[in-house]
Structures are given as C-alpha cells and as structure tokens.
Design a protein around this ligand. Structure first.
Ligand code: FAD
Length: 387
C-alpha cells in the first residue's frame, strides 16, 4: 500500500474540471471519490440550447496530455478553427488568422462530449469511486465532514482527508467558504446574456466556411458560430439580457426580420421555420464573472475551475484555465513531493495572478468581439500586427 492510497480525496463536481482533476489524482494512486449532483450525462439527453461548444486551446490540450487524452479528443471530438471569420453587415467576409507563423489553431469541441470522454477514462481507474446524484449540501471545515443529499439518503455523511471543490460557478463549497473570516469574494453579472441556436449539417460552405470561428459583430450584440465534428454548427447570440424578451416573445415575422436585418447571410442558410423553432424554444441565459481569494481553506480544502474563477466566455478560456489549474496542481505535487497540505496552501499564491489576468482579458474581448473587430481602426491595427 503506497502512502497516496491511504489519503482519501473527495472531488466535488464531475464537470470537465472535476473529472480531469480526479484523473490526475487517480494517476498518482490516491483514494479518489467523486460526488456529482446530476445524473450521469452520458445517459442523459442533451437539452436543446444547452450543448455549448467550447474552444479548446493549448492550455487545455497540455493538461489532457498528462492522461493521454489529447490526441483522442483532437482526432475524435474536435474541429480545428484557424481563425475568426468576420461577417460584415453588408455581407462581406474577411478572416483574421490566429497564428500566421505556425498556423496553430483552436479546437471546437462539444462540452458534453468532452465531459463524457473524461468520465469514461475516470471509470477505468481502480482507485476511483464515481457517485452521481450526490449533491453536496453542507461542510464542516473543522472536521472535514461533508453532507450530501442523495436519492436514498437526505443526509449522507462522509469524512475525507482532502476536499477539492470543482462544482462550478455556483459552487456550494465556495458558498460555505464565504462565511469564513478573511475569505474575499466578488461576483458580477454582465449586461449581456446568450441564446444558443443549433444549425444542421451541410449548409452552404461559401458562407459558413469550415475551420473558422464565425462572428457577426453588431456593436451592442453579436452572433457567433462554432463548427461541430458532424458538420453541424452551434451558434450563440449574445445580447443585453433586457433585449431578449423583446425578441423571444415577439411575433414570428418580427423575429425573422431581426435576423434578416442583422445577419442576412446566416438567415438565408436555414429554413425560417427551423430558425423560429430554435429561437422560440430557446432560453436566454445569464453570464457571470466570479473572483475569490484565497482558493483554499486550512490546508485541506481547495477550489479549482469555475468554482474558483468563473470568467465571461469571450476569450474562450474558462474551461482551459480550469484544466490549467490541474496542470499546476500536478506541478506542485511534484515540487512538494506529494505533501498535499503544502500543495493546497501554495496553490492560491501560484495561481491567482494568472486567473485574474485571464478574467480581465475576457472582459476586454467582450468589447473586441462584438464591436472593435468590425471597426476600420481595428482592422488597420491587425494589418500592422501581422506584417
Ligand atoms: P462546471 O462545468 O460548471 O461543472 C461543475 C459540476 O459540478 C457540474 O457537473 C455540476 O452539476 C456539479 N455540481 C454543482 N453543484 C454541486 C453540488 N452541490 N454537489 C455536487 N456536484 C455539484 N470555456 C473555454 O475554455 N472555452 C470556451 O470556448 C468556452 N465557451 C463558453 C461559452 C459559454 C456560453 C459559456 C457559458 C461558458 C463557456 N466556457 C468556455 C466556460 C466553460 O463552460 C467553463 O469554464 C467550464 O464548464 C468550467 O468547468 P467546471 O468543471 O469548473 O464547472
């Protein structure tokens, strides 16, 4: 029996970050138990408008490499995107490549597919127990006692040695930390929200050319489209939350005229009824940015992923930053020779400047994507940058 196998680690949340973090810990032989409030997403039908495609970048890929999933994800789940394709209001298009020197790209990947691959990998470790329908409801930080609500038991109690909170932007682990002295926390809902629209495969390739992240920037709002492996597209309309009811509750012809006026080439791609169904059955969702400091309590509770630093999605780095948290954990485990208590205490100071920087950059990109990319001065600057 190794010393790692005697240490019980509880991972709260089996989203992308929790699943990846559990794999990392399992690789080292720790006794890992994962608690997820929902049922297994691999056996649950995806709700329309809740699929969310994500841009997977080098940060995320490097983390997946540690558990040999990088090539599987890239080959089997992902579509490369080599740049942005901007659609002007007058129908013209132009591209802005991400990397003109080495032709590097981002990968478009469906969040649920990626999560499912991670869960399947996780199940293969002998030293991992995966519990679905286990909702964390309470924490005693002194005794590390966790209380879960399950289908059979409204108060299931467990007592691990270490707790890693990966339970997302609305984290229960973090909610419990907020009550403790010297724990700083801030949250901000931005004015904009989003609505997801899914497009079928095999659409006009002249308009939706493959291997690009398509953007229709319109100043205070924008539409984006990300390619899927099956050649369908996941599109997201970002606009001020208070404008969504005007659109979603208006008459069919008003919805169509909004899309024709602002996104004509996009609207011409699909049957009007298909578009109307998607919009009318869709739901506008909010976007939140969360910061806290520190990420740990005592030397045995740690927050990572969105639970620690939820950011607005405009830089495409939320999950990637969560994956990079796992890479840093890995680095610290080696640096401090698996002294987990020290690793947990060191994590905040080694991570917080980077996560705050990416959060601020994501805010900047919020304006750039919907507005600045469409301005002449921006294009001129990009031209100069690219020389
Ligand atoms: P989550 O994905 O939120 O997972 C948390 C898990 O914890 C869930 O499974 C939840 O059920 C579970 N849970 C919650 N509470 C409890 C509890 N009390 N007990 C037990 N389990 C619990 N990121 C990118 O990198 N690239 C992108 O292009 C990108 N695009 C985005 C687009 C949009 C519109 C949005 C909204 C986000 C985008 N993101 C993107 C961000 C990305 O979705 C998140 O950063 C990522 O999902 C965070 O993963 P996580 O595992 O930390 O949290």
């Amino acid at each position: 029996m190794t010393f790692q196998s005697r240490i019980k680690i509880a991972i709260i949340g089996a989203g992308p970050v929790g699943s990846l973090c559990a794999c990392f810990m399992a690789e080292y032989g720790y006794d890992v138990t994962v608690y997820e409030s929902r049922t297994d997403i691999r056996h649950t039908e995806t709700t329309i408008g809740r699929s969310i495609n994500m841009a997977l970048s080098e940060r995320g890929i490097n983390a997946l490499q540690f558990i040999n999933l990088d090539n599987i994800v890239i080959d089997e789940l992902a579509e490369p995107m080599y740049g942005r394709m901007i659609h002007s209001i007058d129908g013209r298009k132009y591209n802005i490549l991400y990397d003109i020197l080495e032709n590097k790209c981002l990968y478009s990947v469906n969040r649920n597919d990626l999560n499912a691959v991670l869960l399947t990998k996780l199940e293969k470790y002998q030293n991992v127990k995966l519990n679905f329908s286990h909702k964390l409801v309470d924490i005693d930080f002194k005794t590390t006692q966790l209380t879960f609500e399950t289908l059979e038991n409204p108060q299931k109690i467990v007592k691990p040695d270490i707790v890693i909170g990966c339970d997302g932007a609305y984290s229960t682990v973090r909610k419990n930390m907020i009550r403790l002295p010297m724990f700083n926390y801030s949250q901000m809902y931005i004015d904009h929200g989003y609505l997801e629209i899914n497009l079928p495969s095999n659409l006009n390739k002249d308009i939706l050319s493959a291997h690009y992240l398509h953007i229709w920037p319109r100043g205070t709002f924008m539409l984006i489209a990300l390619p899927n492996k099956d050649k369908s597209w996941t599109c997201t309309l970002f606009m001020p939350m208070d404008k969504f009811p005007l659109l979603l509750e208006s008459e069919t012809e008003n919805i169509l005229s909004f899309f024709y006026k602002h996104f004509k080439d996009f609207t011409n791609l699909i049957h009007p009824k298909y578009l109307i169904d998607q919009v009318k059955n869709g739901k506008a969702r909010t976007l939140i940015s969360i910061k806290c400091n520190p990420y740990h309590v005592n030397d045995n509770f740690l927050l990572i992923g969105d639970a620690a630093h939820a950011i607005v999605p405009f830089y495409g780095q939320g999950m990637n930053a969560g994956f990079e948290d796992c890479t840093l954990l890995n680095l610290l485990l080696n640096e401090y020779e698996h002294d987990l208590n020290t690793v947990i205490k060191m994590f905040t100071s080694r991570r917080i400047h980077d996560t705050e920087a990416i959060s601020d950059l994501a805010f900047y990109n919020y304006t750039e994507m919907r507005d600045l990319v469409a301005r002449k001065s921006f294009l001129w600057r990009k031209k100069i940058d690219n020389i």
